[in-house]
Design a protein around this ligand. Structure first.
Ligand SMILES: [Zn+2]
Length: 248
């Protein structure tokens, strides 16, 4: 696959990077990525991936825009309240880069539909707002052998981790959160600029991974402290008894 003159110009600042080059850019131009959640994390991830020229983006979100979203979700404006986030995010992608094939799914991901929605993608990025969705997504990614990039931001804390087969996200959080009533930044609060920081980091990791830049990141969790303004990295151990990826 060769790039047209227009694509060469569009991606020139990528192609000139020795770590990316034409080879890395063509990998990006061939990648199919599902993004779950067009909220605060998605508002950073989706424009970055669209700008980078991924081949196909599937944007999955069942919510509509609310006024309380606008302090952290710059994909949307006041006039968008009540409208589908997935549809608005897809329209944004189309405006930004017509080379990206985008598909909006106004659905909530659960154990019943996760495999069907995520099958066929090279990478899944989860920026959803609850553990039940995150665990359903993780189990589906393990079953489908799709790498999962999980990103979360709440209060002043952010975390980004890449999961590839083992350890999986369920190894990290355990089984206690399958119920649908655990977390939510509507109750806990979130600083407006935090999801952009965390989402941009997740996008960087995703783009590096697809373009073949840097070291393997799977099994590591990057933690951001928005009060101390610092990142640290921990290694996630595999749980041998994990009911998704282990022998349990
Ligand atoms: Zn596991």
């Amino acid at each position: 696959m060769s790039l047209s003159d227009e694509e060469l110009e569009r991606y020139a600042r990528h192609i000139v990077l020795p770590q990316v080059g034409g080879v890395g850019q063509r990998k990006l131009n061939a990648a199919s990525i599902a993004v779950i959640g067009a909220g605060g994390i998605g508002s950073a991830v989706i424009p970055a991936l669209a700008g980078a020229g991924v081949a196909r983006l599937t944007i999955i979100d069942s919510d509509v825009v609310e006024l309380a979203n606008l302090h952290r979700q710059p994909l949307f404006a006041e006039a968008d309240t009540g409208e589908s986030k997935a549809a608005l995010a897809a329209a944004f992608v189309k405006r930004l880069n017509r080379f990206v094939e985008v598909d909006a799914k106004r659905e909530r991901v659960g154990t019943d539909n996760a495999k069907m929605l995520l099958s066929g993608h090279d990478l899944v990025i989860d920026g959803s707002d609850n553990f039940a969705t995150r665990l359903a997504v993780s189990d589906a990614c393990v079953a489908l052998a799709i790498p999962l990039l999980s990103a979360a931001a709440v209060q002043f804390q952010g975390q980004v981790g890449l999961f590839r087969a083992q350890p999986c996200y369920r190894c990290f959080v355990g089984d206690a959160f399958d119920a649908d009533d655990c977390d939510n930044c509507s109750e806990l609060g979130v600083l407006g600029a935090l999801p952009a920081t965390v989402g941009s980091f997740a996008a960087l990791l995703a783009i590096n991974m697809i373009a073949g830049v840097g070291r393997e990141q799977a099994g590591q969790l990057h933690l951001f402290d928005g009060e101390a303004l610092s990142w640290r990295v921990i290694r996630i151990p595999a749980d041998p008894g994990c009911r998704a990826c282990g022998s349990g």
